[in-house]
Design a protein around this ligand. Structure first.
Ligand SMILES: NC(=O)c1ccc[n+]([C@@H]2O[C@H](COP(=O)([O-])OP(=O)(O)OC[C@H]3O[C@@H](n4cnc5c(N)ncnc54)[C@H](O)[C@@H]3O)[C@@H](O)[C@H]2O)c1
Length: 353
């Protein structure tokens, strides 16, 4: 199996590559990433170095990394021509809700133009009767649910009211993939990830940013006065889910009109167990103390500030994962304490060896 993973230097991408290299046999994994500086590039380099070490220990599989931009159509076409991928997992994107307010251009370039290039390349992978791409898996986001009131969020719910440009680009990806799936019979699966966290994660996310601030003795700001709930999902659960999904593409079927029915599906991947932001920061500080990142007598209460809601944010995320369980016999299961414990231990080793 030849598989392209875009965003391979990113948090979820690198964890997925690691999982494939260590648990599959006879796979050729090609990673593409622009290694942009949206956050500290040394984290991306750390992940890529780790992948080189892992690949060296698994000669039964192949790993190739290519630095490049999804928005570069010529590069993407060349990559598909060179490797004839069986599976494509598109994780590269400009992530983050708040940054889409300050730098909207990055979202249009990576999430709209970049994703369109992937779809076009998948479409042309069948040219000349070639087998082509057998499954396109792509990252969507729980943010497509906007401020929907009904919980848990189900993939059956209407998601036409995004509250950030980021969410709008992710919903657009689902629509574009559906159209391409119908037009060109590309088996495609969109995955709505719910607040993914873990070691070597993204510093722009709350658990990581809070840790950086607490270490510096600064105050952390807890939005919506702490009345927020998030379905925190540990990265190992996410990549196990993605791996299972990679192997089971939606079936191609012909409709009564003689044209293909879209071989298309969307799933939530989330813990399905939302935690209040206040409980989350409490567990985080306990685990940071236990790992030795913060001193045992750290006076946490003096370092937290309750502030109003931010534009683009939503009060609750809560995944209905029944479709994932039904079709893949899988549901994320790592507890927040176990996951934050692993994050805190990694943080200690990386920043305070
Ligand atoms: N982490 C989460 O909580 C979460 C939640 C929902 C959805 N997602 C989605 O999952 C995917 C992976 O997220 P992540 O947390 O690993 O983010 P990440 O920022 O760590 O990884 C994304 C990677 O894509 C790369 N990239 C961005 N634009 C690119 C471009 N135009 N060309 C090539 N590479 C480019 C970046 O350099 C980065 O390394 C993204 O699509 C994100 O929107 C993540």
């Amino acid at each position: 199996m030849r598989i392209l993973i875009t965003g391979a230097a990113g948090f979820i991408g690198a964890n997925l590559v690691e999982r494939l290299l260590t648990t599959e046999t006879a796979v050729e994994v090609v990673g593409l990433d622009s290694v942009n500086d949206y956050y500290d590039v040394s984290l991306k380099e750390f992940r890529l170095n780790r992948l080189s070490t892992i690949a060296a220990a698994h000669p039964e599989n192949r790993w190739t990394f290519i630095k490049g931009n999804l928005a570069d159509k010529v590069l993407i076409e060349q990559l598909f021509a060179d490797y004839a991928f069986d599976v494509v997992v598109n994780l590269a994107a400009q992530a983050g809700v708040r940054y889409s307010i300050t730098n909207p251009d990055a979202y249009i370039e990576s999430n709209i133009l970049g994703f369109y290039n992937i779809l076009e390349a998948c479409r042309h992978s069948y040219d000349g009767g070639k087998q082509g791409v057998q499954h396109l898996v792509f990252a969507s986001s729980s943010s497509v649910y906007g401020s929907n009131k009904k919980v848990p969020y189900s993939t059956e719910d209407k998601v036409d009211n995004p509250v950030s440009l980021y969410a709008a680009t992710k919903k657009s990806n689902e629509l574009m993939a559906h159209a391409y799936s119908k037009l060109y019979n590309i088996p495609s699966t969109g995955l709505r990830f719910f607040t993914v966290y873990g070691p070597a994660g993204r510093p722009d996310m709350a658990y990581f940013g809070f840790t950086n601030k607490l270490v510096k003795g600064e105050k952390i700001q807890i939005f919506n006065y702490g009345n927020c709930k998030r379905d925190f999902t540990y990265v190992d659960d996410i990549v196990e889910g993605v791996q299972r999904i990679i192997h089971k593409a939606p079936e191609r079927r012909m409709g009564e009109d003689g044209l293909p029915e879209p071989a298309y599906a969307v799933y939530n991947i989330g813990n399905s167990n939302p935690e209040s932001l206040l409980d989350f920061v409490d567990i985080l500080q306990q685990e940071l103390i236990r790992a030795g990142v913060l001193p045992a007598d750290y006076y946490f209460e003096a370092h937290k500030e309750l502030v109003p809601m931010q534009p683009g944010d939503v009060p609750t995320t809560f995944a209905d994962t029944s479709a994932l369980e039904r079709d893949f016999g899988f549901k994320p299961h790592t507890s927040l304490r176990d996951g934050l414990c692993k994050f805190a231990e990694w943080y200690k080793e990386f920043y305070q060896p």
